[in-house]
Design a protein. Sequence first.
Length: 319
Amino acid sequence: MSVLVYTESDQGTLKKGALEVASYAKAVADKLGTSVTAVAINANNTSELAKYGVDKVLNISNDALKAFDAKIYANVIKQAAEKESSQVVVLSSSADSKYIAPLLAVSLNAGYASNVIEAPSSTSPFTVKRNAFTNKAFEVSQINTEIKIIGVSSNAFGLVETSGNASAEDFSPSITASDVKVQSVDKVTDKVTIADADIVVSGGRGLKGPENWGMIEELANVLGGATACSKPVSDLGWRPHSEHVGQTGKPVASNLYIAIGISGAIQHLAGVNASKVKLVINTDPEAPFFKAADYGVVGDAFTVVPELIEKLKAFKANQ
């Protein structure tokens, strides 16, 4: 009857989001008076999960699962849920988990609540608070099915450390072939990904060309963040489409989002509204982004950003 949590990893390393959903699962388990079981697929070290409330880890090691396939992964998690008799399954809001969750809901005949931001306010009926309308409003939802699936919004619940030990168990679910065949996967290995970054530094057409992106990358490096861009920038070929954030690109829910030379079209704002703090640097004081920003700097990015980088370097040097 434990709460089951799917903990994602990348090249064998647990993602930050995995620790957040483990923390969330622990909060749910405490309300239900039960334990937390984690499912980890091809993860090298899962002992860290104990610090975030996991009591048992089902370790799955299988070369057939190295390439992500939503149907296969959903079936694997279903088998884990059935093994543990879990009535609550917790996932993140990553792109992969958003593919998995609907398939898992169908196979388990479960209700699914996405974009959840708080632990359940009640377990009878099972009631959760969610982001709605592209993070412009909140919605309180009840899940009335016997089995519940919860997708936790990124950076909403946070990491909550606890004390305890987690037992480890090898788990070998049956794996059926999928109609989808992955030919190859290209991954960036030396940069912080947008999905996992606490800080995202994003540039727009105000940077005038790809040759000026050095200062965006330098600012991101100083802050330990990821680089991103607006849709017009990726459409122009200045930056790869993998860096495009917004409603039609990757959603961003970072702790700090820095927008440089981005006017703030509604589609872009919809994709970054979940970020906790938004800093805008733009020469146009009437840019729409300023209305959504927590902090705004009206100025030339080619002057402001280099000065900001130098101030940050000096600050870090004195720490």
